[in-house]
Design a protein around this ligand. Structure first.
Ligand code: NDP
Length: 240
């Protein structure tokens, strides 16, 4: 196939499942991470997928990192903006720093990731932009004014990019996962986790691979008319 895929935050959690699934489909995959070098090295050893370290919140770092990926693997055809963080607090206790860190990483990070790749996609008349949003961007969440704002913002980004890219063979879509069994969620105390599972009609957490399979479909030629869409995967917890 020869197409190149870039997955930010692709070394662990949902991103790792996405990187592996894309590799299994025959893509050349580059996975990025922020600072957990040990985990990234173990991921490369396990999968053979090359990892790159940069901060998605920094435009110049992102641009330089993407240039390195493209020098190593070729132009990026599929970009999965997956890197994300939480800095939760009820609004009255949320600090400007907590607000800014999440906006810079989750929202500006999407701009920084897609913007350097976009002109090449337009020239080559093919591209797939896939942004990992969240159920909490659709419905809001107590203690997550910052996070929900970024994840709702993702939906505006893909709807706009879809309109700008459609004639150039580029699609842009968002996936809104519900609660997925990653380290982040598994680190929550068991009692709280049970409460979370109790709110999910499916009666279980989602698996990272269940998100990864949506990504491989959206990346494929079969998904060429899906553009500007939001795909929810949440075990019937919320409809949007
Ligand atoms: P994890 O915390 O398991 O992994 C996050 C990944 O993003 C890591 O690879 C991390 O790198 C990277 N990362 C974090 N900050 C930056 C940064 N500033 N620059 C570059 N890379 C960064 O997250 P999940 O797998 O749980 O989540 C992945 C995405 O899915 C996120 O956008 C999240 O909001 C979203 N999501 C998750 C849900 C869940 O239930 N888990 C539900 C809904 C949405 P490093 O390893 O170096 O720290």
């Amino acid at each position: 196939m020869g197409r190149v895929a870039l997955v930010t935050g692709g070394s662990r959690g949902i991103g790792a499942a996405i990187s592996k699934a894309l590799k299994a489909e025959g893509y050349e995959v580059a996975a990025t991470y922020a600072g957990n070098t040990e985990k990234a090295a173990a991921f490369t050893d396990e999968t053979g997928i090359k990892t790159y370290k940069w901060n998605v919140a920094d435009y110049d770092e992102s641009k330089a990192g993407i240039a390195q990926v493209e020098a190593d693997l070729g132009p990026v055809d599929i970009v999965v903006a997956n890197a994300g963080i939480t800095r939760d607090a009820p609004f009255h206790k949320m600090s400007p720093e907590q607000w800014k860190e999440v906006i810079d990483t989750n929202l500006t990070g999407v701009f920084n990731t897609v913007h350097p790749i976009w002109p090449g996609m337009r020239e080559r008349k093919f591209g797939r932009v896939i942004v990992i949003s969240s159920i909490n961007g659709q419905k809001g969440q107590f203690g997550q004014v910052n996070y929900a704002a970024t994840k709702a913002g993702d939906l505006g980004i893909v709807k706009s990019l879809a309109q700008e890219g459609a004639r150039a063979g580029i699609t842009a879509n968002a996936i809104c996962p519900g609660y997925i069994a990653t380290e982040m969620v598994m680190a929550v105390p068991e009692a709280v986790r049970e409460k979370i599972v109790g709110m999910i009609p499916a009666g279980r957490l989602g698996e990272p691979e269940e998100i990864a399979r949506i990504v491989t479909f959206l990346a494929s030629d079969d998904a060429s008319f899906i553009n500007g869409s939001t795909i929810s995967a949440n075990g019937a917890q919320f409809f949007a």
